[in-house]
Design a protein. Structure first.
Length: 43
């Protein structure tokens, strides 16, 4: 599992394609973080 909340860089140095599966994992947030998340997601 990869945490995309950290800045990162990805390279594919092959001729083969790359498949990326992205999914959300619910994690506990403090009340301010939960309110901000709700505001952004419910747009």
């Amino acid at each position: 599992m990869f945490d995309e909340t950290y800045l990162h860089y990805v390279r594919n140095d092959t001729d083969a394609g790359r498949l990326i599966l992205m999914c959300d994992v619910k994690r506990p947030l403090n009340p301010l973080g939960a309110a901000f998340n709700f505001l952004i997601v419910s747009r």
